[in-house]
Each structure stands twice: as C-alpha cells, then as structure tokens.
Design a protein around this ligand. Structure first.
Ligand code: ADP
Ligand code: MG
Length: 701
C-alpha cells in the first residue's frame, strides 16, 4: 500500500460515508490519491483587487475588499432579496442575494472586512455583484489575499450534497495535509534533473494551490509531460517489442514488375511526395522487420498509384499482394484503375467482392493457393476464412477508418509471417492525435497534389440564393462538366431525410428537364447493382447531375465532375464536408464546392462552414475539427479502440508538450528498448502500472 494515497476516500476528513459514494460514482474517486489527481479545469487570478470606484459593468469577474457597513431586505415574495453594502473607502458596492438569504444574513459579521468576488453588473445607475463569493479577510485567511484559485468541475448530484468547486478545494487541502511526504516520485531522478522538471509532490501541491503563476506553469508542465510521456513510452516500447519478436519479409529486390511498369506504363510523372513515400516504404519493407505504416494523403493526392507500385515490389520479391477497400464501388474502381495503369503487363489481378460469382471465386481461391494470382483487390470479402494465400507479402488497406481493428488483425493472420501492412487514409488526423492513436505505426504523408490542379473554390450560400447556384450549374454543364448534389442522411432510417432527398431530386429534374439534361440518383436504400449502374451512368457521362447521399463520400473518382453542391451543409461534420469536396477538383478545370445552408446557424455550424470556405488543406481542417469537437470524437479514434481519458493534457492544445514527450521517450527506448538499465526501473514499473482503463492497449494493432 502506498501510504495514504490508497486510503479510501471516506476516511478523508470532510468526506464521510455520505459523500464518499457520490465521489465514487460521479468522479470515480475511490482513494485519497484519486482525489489529488482530480485536477482543476480552470484558475482565477485572485491576486488583484479592484478599487470600488474603478469597477464598471463591463468587467469580467473581479475581486474587491472592504467592510460590510449594513444589510437590508428589499422587495417581496419571489423578488425578495438581501442587499449588503460594502465600502473600501473609494465607493460603495451592493452585494445581492436572491437565494440562501437567511443563511447569508446570519453569517455576515457587521464591520468585518470581506473579500467579494464575482461579475459586476450595472443596473439603474448603481453597480452590484449578484451572488458573490464571499470570504472573511483576517489573519488566518491571510494567505488567501493574493492567490490563484482553482476551480473544479462538479455535477448536479455533487452540488446537491454541497460538493461544489469550493468544497472540493477544501477537500484537496485536507488530502494534501494527509499526503505530506507521501507522494513519491514517478519519474527517474536522472530524468527530472536533466529536463529540469518540478518534482511530483511539489507539482501536485501547486496544481491545486499554486504558489504563483510561475509555479503553476511548471506544475502543469510536469504533470502533462508525465501523462503524455508514459503513453508514448508504452507505444514506442510496444513497437520495439514487436519488431524484436516478429520478423518481416525482406523485400530486397526491385525487379521486372516494378521497372517495366515504371519505364513503360506510368502514365504521368510521380509527384515528389509520391516518390518519397515509395522510398520510405521500400526502405521499411527491405529492413527485415515487419512494416506497419499509415499513409496519410489528402483526397486526390494519388494514393492508389503508391499502393500499386508497392504491390509490384512485393511481386518482384516473389510475394502476393492484396488491396482492400470499404465498399464495392471503391474496390471496383481500384480494380479498374489498376487494370488501366498496368495496360498489357502480364500481372494476374482479380477482383473479389460480395457479388462475385461462385465460379469466379473458385478460380480465385485456386489461383491464390497455387500462387498464380499476383494481386487480389476486394472488399470485406477478402477477410473470409476461405480466402487463403500461398504467400501474402503486402496488404494495402484503403480508407482504413472504415475498418475495425479486428478486421485489420484478421488480415495479419493470413500468413505465417505477417505481411507488411500499409493503411491509407484520406481523413487527415491531426499530428498530435496520430502520434497517440497510431503512435506505434510509422507514418508517411503525401503532402502534395499532382500538378495542374486548380484549388477548389468553396462558396457558402443561404438557401434563398439557390437560383444563383442553378445558374452556375447550367454554365458548368454547358461547358461539358458534371455536378454532384449531396443531401444529408444522418441516420439511414430517417424518413424525413429521404423525403428531402426525393423531393430535391424531383425539383432538380424540373429545373433541369430532359432531353437537354439527365439527372441520376443514388442512395443507401438502393440495391448494390442499381447503385453501381447509376454510378456508372454518371462516370460515363450519361447523366450530368447526380443527386446522392454520402454514399459517394469516400474515394469515388469522376475527374469530369466540377461542382459539388452540399444541401443543408450545416448538418455535416467537418471531415465529411472535406471528403465530399474532394470528389471534385480532380481534373485541370476550376471546380466549385457550394455549401447551402439555412439562415439560422449555430455557433459550431458557422465555424465549420467558415473553415471550409477558408481552407482546402485537410490537415488544417482536421485540426479545426479537433478543436471544435474534442479529440475523442474525431473519426478514426473510436474504432482505434483507444479511450481518451487524459487527466490533464489536451491533444488539441498540448501538441508541443506531446512532441517533447515523444522525443524524450524515443531517445530512452532507442538506448534501452526493454527498459532494463537500473536507472530505468521506475519507468518500466510505471509503464506497466498504466491503468487498463486509461488506454486500451490490446486494441492497438
Ligand atoms: P486518392 O489519394 O484520393 O486515393 P487517387 O489515387 O484516386 O487519389 O488519385 C486521384 C487522381 O489523380 C487519379 O485520377 C490518379 O490517376 C491521378 N494521379 C495520381 N498521381 C498522379 C500524378 N503524379 N500526376 C498526375 N495525376 C495523378
Ligand atoms: Mg483513394
């Protein structure tokens, strides 16, 4: 037992058997140690006092000190209130209470000096503070007269038992008294010394009762650093451990498949970023270790070509490769573009999806087993147990956030030696999040679009400006281009959404009548074959306008489409809007993304739309998304299996601390991967002790 840290919370003075269960349930605070790790969410600088004469109604929370000269009951019934008059020699301030009047009146000592804290308001020419926080100023509260006060989040249930922020602060004070000399250091001494970190005990004291702004800053830094550091240490240790345990296929040749393709079939010059990423993958796959790599690249950055070229390297080394995509449309599209890219090259490529015929499947299974099938492209169908390879060396997973971790793990097991794995995503994840969610993967980034693309112009229109939008559509169609119109379908069962979609479609057919115009429609309620037919009609230019739901969100490639119109855009999330926008701007022509919305926009919707109009950069958008929604809700994190339960750091704000923590952890792991050096003992112990509910490590693959 670690002394009083592990003492049950009910034994803390001020808690007792009645409040203990509330702290257990509401805050998961079981022990005194848990309590001191329940950190404030904000601080208010109470080092400054205002002279009453200088106070006006525009000030935020302020603090004044003075003598209460008298009280008075004003008004009647529900409007009844208690007014106390405070003076500091420069003026008189009214302090007002509507509730708890009796209690306040009894406890006020006439002529004693008080400190009042709150938001001043101006009313009928007089200035008052309603429901101020009031503390008596005296010798034993001397230290309070110039301090930074911590505030704690509390729940309604807690408040009912008088466990408000102030009460928690009092409990913290009691707890820290019990713990003096018992908060043992959790980082090695050599490390705290080297980095100049504040000690743990001092940090815990200062986080609740800062001695001053500088002490608070150092305490926060130390605690944030430690929290992020151990996560990084664990991730990097996991990675080192895996590289140590699993051998990988060594791809040391670049041979005929790759070279023939490169010299005779490549339809365009690779971008610098594509070249760099292929080099990174080659180096990794040639190292003898198993590759686990995340490839991030904005929509349209040319990830498919990279996937094909690394598959060719696998073939050059005598291995099979597979590519998995989340939908049939996408898998088919990959298959078609791969076939087109390869031209007449003798590579055996097959497509396997849910709708593959039995006869096709039999051939595929046979060729996979005897090794004559080089590259298999498909959907989830690839995961079925009957799909077995002779020698699978490279797995590419596209739009990986659509796949669960379990599905990824299944592909691993398709070979005795696990294949190299490349997961590709067009949903950029903020760097800080990638370092945490995919912290044990290597990351490659394609940060450059193929040349000649004009940045998409994004415009926001309120719905009543629809006519202008139709004009733009007509002009674009006249010029031979095509248009998407996307309706929100938040839950596939929402009747109203379907009604909007269908009415929208009928309206468009009226405004854009046959035979001059042809309008198609796709949504999730259609059969897969119907959907594919409609998509094909659009792709081949038979329809100029496609009315759709977000089924077209991911990956669909129709370079001739130049306008993306998003209906009720205020209802979409940022990353979804960005994905949808990525459907246009794939050719050399100027493309447009039109965000239609209602007039009433909530604060967040407005910010989302503004962000979209302001930037085309997926990473910037991902950062904004994380700031708006918090890291826990970002697409891709839920499926990753990591529960975000950071106590003090915030991935949206603490990027620098995180990078620092990762660098430090990485240096340590490089020098001592298994943490066996005596001075590192404490690191290993702490890492193992990282509570299970903190991060779910088992789920990271
Ligand atoms: P994404 O990264 O979104 O999957 P794609 O692989 O679908 O992007 O590529 C988008 C389009 O750009 C495709 O039509 C593809 O053929 C083309 N493309 C890819 N790389 C290049 C390049 N280096 N130069 C010109 N066009 C390219
Ligand atoms: Mg793609």
């Amino acid at each position: 037992m670690r002394g009083n840290m592990e003492l049950e919370i009910k034994f803390l003075p001020g808690v007792g058997p009645r409040r203990a269960p509330i702290l257990n349930q509401e805050l998961k605070v079981m022990t005194i140690g848990d309590l001191v790790y329940y950190f404030p969410f904000k601080y208010v600088d109470r080092t400054k006092f205002y002279a009453i004469r200088d106070v006006n109604g525009n000030l935020p929370n302020i603090q004044i000190k003075g003598r209460i000269t008298g009280t008075e009951m004003v008004g009647e019934g529900r409007k009844q209130r208690l007014v106390a008059y405070m003076t500091d020699g420069t003026g008189i301030m009214e302090l007002v209470w509507f509730q708890g009047i009796k209690f306040v009146k009894q406890s006020l000592k006439p002529n004693a000096v008080y400190i009042a804290f709150g938001k001043p308001t101006e009313f009928n020419g007089s200035i008052k503070i309603v429901h101020p926080e009031l503390d008596e100023s005296g010798p034993d509260t001397e230290k309070k007269e110039g301090y930074i006060q911590a505030y704690y989040n509390t729940t309604d249930k807690m408040k009912k038992s008088f466990l408000n922020s102030k009460a928690i602060l009092k409990l913290q004070s009691n707890a820290l008294q019990q713990l003096r000399g018992q908060i043992w250091e959790t980082l090695p001494a050599w490390l705290t010394q080297k980095l100049g970190l504040m000690g743990l005990e001092e940090s815990i004291f200062n986080i609740h009762f800062p001695a001053g702004p500088e002490e608070l800053r150092r305490a926060e830094f130390r605690l944030k650093f430690e929290e992020l550091f151990y996560i990084q240490l664990k991730l990097l240790h996991l990675q080192a451990d895996r590289q140590h345990k699993f051998k990988g296929h060594r791809f040391d040749v670049v041979g005929d498949y790759f070279n023939t393709f490169y010299h005779h079939h490549l339809p365009f010059e690779l971008t610098g970023a594509q070249k760099r990423v292929i080099r990174e993958i080659r180096k990794d796959a040639g190292s003898g270790k198993q590759m686990n790599r995340l490839l991030q690249g904005d929509v349209g950055s040319g990830k498919t070509m990279v996937a094909l070229m690394v598959s060719l390297i696998a073939m050059d080394n005598g291995f099979q490769a597979c590519m998995m995509a989340p939908t049939e449309i996408l898998a088919t599209q990959h298959y078609n573009s791969v076939m087109k890219f390869l031209g007449g090259m003798s590579v055996n490529v097959k497509l396997l999806t849910g709708s593959s015929k039995l006869s096709e499947r039999t051939v595929i299974h046979q060729e996979l087993m005897d090794g004559t099938l080089n590259l298999l492209i498909g959907t989830h169908a690839l995961l079925e147990d009957v799909v077995t390879f002779k020698n699978l060396g490279m797995v590419v997973i596209d739009e990986q956030h659509r796949f669960g971790v379990m599905q990824r793990a299944k592909l691993w097991r398709k070979n005795f030696i696990p294949p190299h794995i490349l997961v590709m995503t067009a949903t950029p994840i903020p760097r800080t999040l990638a370092m945490t969610v995919y912290g044990d993967l290597d990351v490659s980034v394609i940060d450059e679009l193929p040349p000649g693309r004009k940045p998409i112009r994004t415009l926001h229109y309120f719905e009543n400006k629809r006519v202008l939008v139709y004009e733009l559509m007509k002009k674009e169609i006249e010029a031979g281009h095509q248009v998407y119109i996307v309706y929100p379908l938040i839950s596939e069962s929402e009747k109203l959404d379907y009604k909007n979609l269908e009415e929208g479609y009928e309206h468009i057919v009226q405004v854009f009548p046959q035979p001059k115009y042809h309008v198609g429609i796709v949504h999730g309620r259609m059969k897969a074959t119907e959907k594919d037919e409609e998509m094909m009609r659009f792709k081949t230019g038979k329809t100029q306008i496609l009315v759709a739901t977000t089924v077209i969100e991911v990956g669909v490639d129709v370079p001739n489409a130049s306008v993306m119109i998003i209906e009720s855009s205020e209802r979409f999330g940022l990353s979804q809007l960005h994905q949808l926008r990525g459907r246009v701007g794939r050719g050399a022509e100027q493309s447009y993304c039109i965000l239609l919305s209602g007039h009433k926009l909530g604060e967040d919707s407005r910010k989302r739309i503004e962000t979209m109009v302001a930037t085309n950069d997926g990473f910037e958008i991902a950062e904004a998304d994380m700031r708006l929604r918090g890291p826990g809700d970002i697409e891709g994190t839920q499926q990753s299996g990591i529960a975000f339960d950071l106590k003090i750091s915030n991935l949206a704000r603490d990027g620098q601390v995180l990078q620092y923590a990762r660098d430090v952890a990485s240096e340590i792991i490089a020098a001592d991967p298994m943490l066996e050096i005596p001075g590192n003992e404490i690191l290993r112990k702490q890492m193992i002790a990282l509570r299970k509910n903190h991060l779910n490590w088992g789920a990271i693959s």
